[in-house]
Ligand binder design. Structure first.
Ligand SMILES: [Zn+2]
Length: 186
């Protein structure tokens, strides 16, 4: 059963009960039959590289308040995944970026808020200084081999470990730059 539960029907306001529907228990309205399907939410993250440095934000809110992460956020309903990555990076860091390459879809089932599919984009920095803003307390560039200890979510396992030489994400970046190393930014 999903962690997300509605006590009352979103459509008619009647009580919701647990009932089997298409293979698993789901919350179902006793009056109108509305079934609440709970799916992973769409989100985007930005891997912004400058030489061997990466742009990170220090989270100003829970979960993982005070820990560092790549800029990321939830997708608006009228927004493409690439536009989400660009908007979130600008909001959280003040750096304007262009999403260049979809590197991966990161499945994050254990986010305490809700499960998410995170589209991770390699982004090129266009302009702006790194300054924390919005729900980020700080923003800063870190050398990939000198990342802060406190890393939020599964960023270390899902992103940074896979950027090591020979790692899966590194190989994709190398393709983007014609095998010229981390050539996402000039
Ligand atoms: Zn209902």
């Amino acid at each position: 059963m999903s962690r997300i539960k509605a006590q009352f029907c979103l459509k008619c306001g009647s009580a919701m009960v647990e009932a089997y529907d298409t293979g698993r228990p789901r919350q179902t309205c006793v009056a109108c039959g509305f079934v609440m399907f709970v799916n992973p939410v769409g989100a985007s993250a930005a891997l912004v590289l400058r030489g061997d440095e990466v742009l990170l934000i220090k989270r100003g809110i829970e979960p993982f308040k005070g820990h560092w992460a790549v800029p990321a956020g939830y997708q608006e309903e009228d927004e493409s995944p690439a536009a989400t990555a660009e908007r979130e990076t600008l909001e959280e860091t003040g750096v304007r970026v262009e999403a260049e390459l979809l590197l991966d879809i990161l499945f994050v089932p254990d986010d305490p808020r809700k499960a998410a599919n995170v589209a991770l984009f390699a982004c090129r920095a266009i302009s702006g200084e790194a300054l924390g803003a919005d729900d980020a307390a700080e923003a800063a560039w870190f050398a990939l081999d000198a990342l802060p200890d406190e890393i939020a979510f599964d960023n270390r396992e899902l992103i940074f470990d896979r950027l090591a030489p020979g790692g899966e994400l590194r190989k994709r970046l190398d393709l983007l730059s014609g095998n010229g190393g981390l050539g996402v930014v000039d």
